[in-house]
Design a binder for this molecule. Structure first.
Ligand SMILES: Cc1ncc(COP(=O)(O)O)c(C=O)c1O
Length: 262
């Protein structure tokens, strides 16, 4: 009763693929359950899915030279399940072309899209015409087949980096941290077992040791402490991922032993 008298939410925001920062990905079954709940409770789903095309599954990438044996996992978006006009889907070219181009697109029911068009007209007006032309030319040149080839290459590229990051984490952090294997996206979400707040370690000591991560606290509202950190494996070659996690391991061990001494 108390719940019923409170105002109900109208919107459900979700990052279904390679969630940033946790790296988790919703299964199709979970998406169907969530969609059903959204229908029952009359929620609009904002499906923020920039990592949709970077969904490469849990298994390891095939060795270099055997790329043809790679089969991309199949998935369904919330938008593709939608029969009631309650999903607004956001795709981005940032992760599959380049972030600097600042191009993305939204798909959904016409009345909601119209609102976004009006909002855009009264704020940014439109994305850069030059960026739009570059993307248009690229897609015209690729065609659908070329785009699919590009997506496949990109998936394999990140999947190999993900594999390298997991291997390095196993090597350097196995006794001091925990993490899941991300099936998609660009991030390892690492929990440092005995460090309740990673902020100082990551924003000061790691920076001084020339290695960059994002402290877990950056992803929570307010000044909450977090024992997590986010490691991106997107822009760094495998050898550097290994050096980075080795440095992190040393920093954590130094921190833990200095705590024991004091
Ligand atoms: C979940 C999520 N949505 C949106 C973005 C940003 O996308 P864009 O570069 O298209 O603004 C990011 C990452 O940068 C992200 O992780």
């Amino acid at each position: 009763e108390e719940m019923e008298s409170k105002e109900k939410p109208k919107v459900l925001y979700v990052i279904p693929t390679g969630q940033n920062p946790s790296g988790s990905t919703l299964t199709i079954e979970r998406k169907r359950e969530i969609y059903k709940l959204a229908c029952e409770h009359d929620l609009i789903i904002l499906e923020d899915d920039p990592y949709f095309f970077l969904n490469y599954g849990r298994d390891r990438a095939p060795p270099i030279g055997e790329d043809d044996s790679y089969v991309a996992p199949q998935t369904e978006s919330f938008w593709s399940m939608d029969v009631e006009g309650r999903v607004l889907r956001f795709d981005s070219f940032s992760k599959i072309i380049t972030p600097g181009i600042r191009m993305a697109f939204v798909t959904g029911p016409a009345p909601l899209i119209q609102r976004i068009v009006w909002h855009t007209q009264s704020t940014t007006l439109h994305p850069s015409g030059l960026s739009q032309m570059v993307v248009l030319r690229l897609f015209t040149h690729w065609g659908e087949e070329g785009f699919r080839k590009h997506v496949r290459r990109t998936q394999l590229f990140y999947k190999r980096r993900r594999d390298a990051a997991i291997e390095s984490a196993n090597r350097h952090l196995h006794d001091i941290a925990e993490w899941g294997v991300p099936e998609a996206g660009m991030f390892l979400w690492i929990k440092l077992k005995d460090i309740p707040d990673t902020e100082e370690l990551i924003t000061q000591k790691a920076v001084a040791a020339k290695v960059l991560f994002v402290p877990g606290s950056a992803f929570f509202l307010g000044s909450g402490k977090s024992s997590y950190l986010r490691a991106a494996f997107s822009t760094v070659p495998s050898e550097q991922i290994d050096i980075a996690l080795q440095r992190l391991s040393k920093l954590v061990r130094d921190e833990l032993s200095s705590r024991i001494r004091t």
